[in-house]
Every structure is written in C-alpha cells, then in structure tokens.
Design a protein around this ligand. Structure first.
Ligand code: FAD
Length: 515
C-alpha cells in the first residue's frame, strides 16, 4: 500500500510538471532544446570520464605469502622470443628477476612482416644494450648497415591522388627530426632483440616448442611442457611463478588456457622484391585501393634496394574476406595503377607469404600469475596493421608491472590488472579510435582523397605530421587538431564541389608525376 501511495504521489507531482513543460516547449522550443543538448553532452562526458577512470586507475598491491620457489624454477617464463617476448625478458632480467625465454625456432629466423619499425620501437631499441655490449640494439643495427631509415615517402589515395615527399619533417622544437619508420628485416631485428635479452641475463632456449601450461594454485607455480625440436627431439618441462604468453597473433597458449577466445580478425601478405628489378624510387608508400579499404598496400625500401610489398586485409569491408588475400595480392601487382608502375614489368617478387593480424587488443590480458603481451594480446593497430612498436611497448609495461608485483609479493589477477590499465591508457583508447576511423574511411573514401590533396598543398611538414599519427608516435585524436581539421575540411568541401560539377583534376596525371 505504501508503495502504491508513493507512486501515486510521484505520478501526481509529474502530472503537475507536465503542463508548464508542455507550455515551455510550445513557446520556447529552441532554448529548451539547447538545454537538453547541453545536459546530454555533460552526461556523456561524465560517463566517458568515469569509464576511463575505472579502466585506467592503478590498483594498490596487497601482499600475499607464496610457498618457496623450487631451486630450478624461474620467476618468469616467457613463451615466444619475438619483439614482445624479448623486450619483456630484457627488462624483467634487468629488474633482477630469474627469466626463462623459450622460442620454438632457431635464430636467425624469418617472420612474415612489412619490416617497418616505427619510432616508439626505435626508442625502446635505444634503451636496450646490444649483445656485443657496444651501444644499443638500434645503434648496432644502423652501424652494421642493416636498417634503412625512410626519409622519402607518402601515400596514394583511393581516387589515385598521391603525394611523395620528405616524411621526416623538422621534428619537435629542440629535438632532432627522425624517421617515422626504419626498415629492418625481422630476420635481423628479432635475433638482435633476443640476444640482447640473453645478454641482460635471461636464459634464452631456442628450438623449444611449448605445447601446454598448467597452473598449480596451491604451489602458485606454472608447469610448462613442450618439445625440444632440434636434431634430437625430446620432451621438455619447466617451472615458473609467472607465465608470459608472447607467442604471436594465433595466441595458441592463451586460447588453450581460455583467456583469449577469438581468432585473429585480419591477415596480411608479404613478398620481397629483388633489388634492381623494380622502378621504385622512394622509401615507402602506402597505397589505398578502393577494393581493399579499410586495408591497404604498402611498399617499403629495405637496405640494398630490395623492396618489401605487403597487402593488409583489415576487417570492415563486407566485400573483402581473409580468403581473398592471394587473389588481391597478385591482382594488385598487375592491376593497381600505382603499384604496377612502381614495381615495373621486370620486378622479381618472391612467392607470397602471409600471416594473421590480431587487432585492437583482447578484452583481458592478465590472470593470476599470468600476462599476455604483443600480438598474442591483439596489440596491432586496427587502422594501420602495425604492431612491432606496441608489442615492444607492452613488453616494457609487462616487465614494469611484474617488477612491482614481485617487490610487493602480489601476483594476483587483481594487481596484474595494472598491466591492462597501463596499455589501455598508452594505446588501448587509440585502438578504439583507429577502429572507428577504419570504418569511416571505408564508408567515405573521399576523406582519404581530400587528406592526400591537403598534404600535397600543405607540403612536407604536414606529411611528416600525418606519418607521426599513422605510426603511433602521436594519438589519432591529433587528427582533430584545428589546423589539421580545418585544412582537411576545406579540401573536402572543394573536392565535393569539383566532383559534383565534374571538374575534378585527373588523379592519374598525379601518379605519373611520381614515377
Ligand atoms: C604480413 C605482415 C606484415 C606486417 N607488417 C608490419 C610492419 O611493417 N610494421 C609493424 O610494426 N608491424 C607489422 N606487422 C605486425 C608485426 O609483425 C607484429 O605486430 C609483431 O611481430 C608482434 O610481435 P610479437 O613478439 O608479439 O609476435 P611474433 O613476432 O609473432 O613473435 C612470436 C614468437 O613466438 C614464437 N612462438 C610461437 N609459438 C610458440 C610456442 N608454442 N613455443 C615457443 N615459441 C613460440 C614464434 O616463433 C615467434 O618467435 C605485420 C604483420 C604481418 C602478418
């Protein structure tokens, strides 16, 4: 009865309010509408900030007591010595932890990749001491002439507009400008990183393929089993307090453990093009073809004039499926106006190879005594398909969180969730922006045409800024800075008018200009 009376009272009060509200709506609709918009905007901002705070505020440790570690067990066992695993191993070892790094292949080994190493990865390589003890990993690679810094590159839009210029730019004031990308073959890069981790103190075991891992809650210990795949195959098993899954995009171990549940969403091809057999003069070009959007093609110059040609299938286009990769990769070589001319009729391409792309970050990258890093956790940018720098960055963050976790004796999922909070803050939200941008660009390819025309008008510094945003040096939100937004909006309006009137410049002439 009480509730009935209460609801009737509330109902009567609302009924009293109804009249004046309806009257105000009839007499002053615009101020009321504006007020509602402001209210909705404020509520949305409040909701976004609340979610952001909840997802990124670090939790405090609450120390636990763990049984003593068996003599031959490790603090941390990392499965996979790609960039993510090796960087995690390096910084964990430097933090004084006992580290085991297991790799199923033997170095030097191939990894199918575009080999474009972005600035953030270059920064981390500068912090890592090379295995020879003579400077950083990056210095050593450049000293040995095994990396090609890109200084001259650009993009081709879906309609065929193109701009190739100096993509380095002047840099931030007071800082030396640097290449947004250095092409380093993964056969070189991955071995340097793994050896550097071993030099820092990690026990690197090659040709050990991990098959399963089991966690004993009572002992707080992982048992990791696998097989030595060398000349005399045999079973192998190891024990560690923490397991780090760094086994790449298929993420087999984390899927087996039930933490990662989805298959990788995208795929990408790669073919090296023999030096001297092509016509390409620049260092790197991203080619947006209407039939591939939101994916794209890329050509990068490696050392000694060899090229790396990749074709990225990024989800979002219902007409392009991962199974189409071979058809598209080979078709574009012959049919894409820009690519076919850049390669030329004598280009000698190696047979196509392909790898999967796990994009945008997994919903959960931690559990009790466990972290997932790099591609295994889906740290590939959903707009650009690039992930080496995020793999390495996640390795640094994982090592920092583990250092704290061991220091405070708290390896619980609750405390290790700080890892997820940190990567969400560093690049997780940027991935969300990338996902939306990929959708927008697929639906409105004219935006890429306008962006290219805008870069052409504004020149090299604008191109360098675009490159910084696309290579993760700056967040995608920087695209909405007024000077970029207004310049692009102006170009877009002009293009829409010219296109409607049939007065648009022929983009094909544009491409010829850069041959
Ligand atoms: C075709 C293609 C082109 C790309 N181009 C670029 C690019 O130009 N720039 C860029 O930044 N990113 C690019 N990417 C993405 C980039 O390759 C990845 O983001 C990066 O390799 C992630 O590093 P990782 O260490 O997480 O994984 P990986 O590099 O995949 O390393 C995983 C390691 O784990 C090992 N492993 C796997 N299973 C086991 C097991 N059971 N036991 C032991 N070891 C195991 C593997 O042998 C491997 O060494 C590209 C990807 C593809 C497929």
């Amino acid at each position: 009865m009480y509730f009935v009376a209460l609801s009737q009272g509330v109902g009567a009060r609302f009924a009293k309010l109804r009249e004046p509200v309806l009257e105000a709506l009839a007499t002053k609709p615009i101020p009321l509408l504006a007020l509602s918009c402001v209210l909705v905007a404020l509520l949305s901002i409040f909701w976004v900030l609340r979610t952001w705070r909840k997802e990124t505020t670090l939790v405090k440790p609450s120390p636990k007591s763990y049984p003593p570690l068996p003599k031959d067990a490790y603090d941390v066992c990392i499965v996979g010595a790609g960039p993510a695993g090796s960087v995690t191993a390096y910084f964990c070892a430097r933090a004084g932890l006992r580290v085991l790094l297991l790799e199923k292949k033997k170095f030097p080994r191939q990894k199918i990749c575009g080999d474009a190493v972005c600035t953030l990865a270059q920064d981390i390589m500068e912090r890592m001491e090379s295995a020879t003890g003579k400077g950083s990993v990056l210095d050593e690679i450049l000293r040995e002439g095994k990396g090609h810094p890109a200084s001259n590159g650009g993009l081709v839009s879906p309609a065929g507009y193109s701009y190739i210029g100096n993509s380095v730019g002047e840099g931030d004031s007071g800082k030396l400008a640097r290449s947004a990308v250095i092409a380093i073959k993964r056969i070189v890069l991955d071995e340097k990183l793994a050896r550097s981790a071993a030099y820092a103190g990690a026990n690197l075991l090659e040709e050990v393929s991990v098959e399963s891992a089991r966690f004993d809650t009572g002992k707080a210990l992982w048992s990791i089993s696998g097989e030595r795949t060398g000349s005399a195959p045999e079973e192998a098993s190891y024990q560690a307090r923490v397991l780090v899954c760094a086994d790449g995009a298929p993420s087999r171990l984390a899927m087996q453990l039930g933490i990662v549940k989805e298959a990788p969403q995208g795929t990408c091809s790669r073919a090296y093009v023999k030096a001297g057999s092509h016509n390409y003069a620049a260092d790197g070009t991203v080619i947006y073809n209407l039939n591939l959007l939101p994916g794209y093609m890329a050509i990068f110059r490696e050392v000694n004039d060899e090229l790396n040609y990749c074709c990225y299938i990024i989800p979002g286009n219902p007409r392009v499926r991962n199974d189409d990769l071979s058809r598209l990769h080979h078709g574009f070589v012959k049919e894409d106006f820009y690519l076919s001319r850049a390669l030329g009729p004598r280009a000698e391409l190696e047979p196509m190879k392909a790898g999967s792309l796990r994009l945008g970050g997994v919903p959960r990258s931690y559990a009790d005594n466990l972290l997932i890093v790099g591609d295994a956790a889906g740290f590939i940018d959903p707009l650009t398909g690039e992930g080496i720098h995020h793999a390495m960055d996640s390795g640094v963050m994982a090592a920092e969180v583990l250092k704290e976790a061991f220091k405070h004796s708290d390896l619980s999922a609750r405390f290790l969730s700080n890892y997820q909070r940190r990567w969400m803050r560093a690049f997780g939200y940027d991935f969300k922006a990338s996902m939306r941008l990929a959708q927008i660009l697929y639906r409105f390819p004219i935006l890429l045409d306008a962006a290219t025309l805008c870069i052409e008008k504004q020149g090299d510094e604008f191109l360098a800024e675009w490159a910084r945003i696309m290579t993760g040096q700056r967040p995608k939100s920087q695209l909405f800075r007024p000077y970029i937004m207004f310049a692009m909006a102006k170009e877009l309006i002009l293009l829409v008018i010219l296109r409607t009137l049939g007065l648009e410049r022929k983009p094909i002439d544009d491409v010829r200009k850069h041959q």
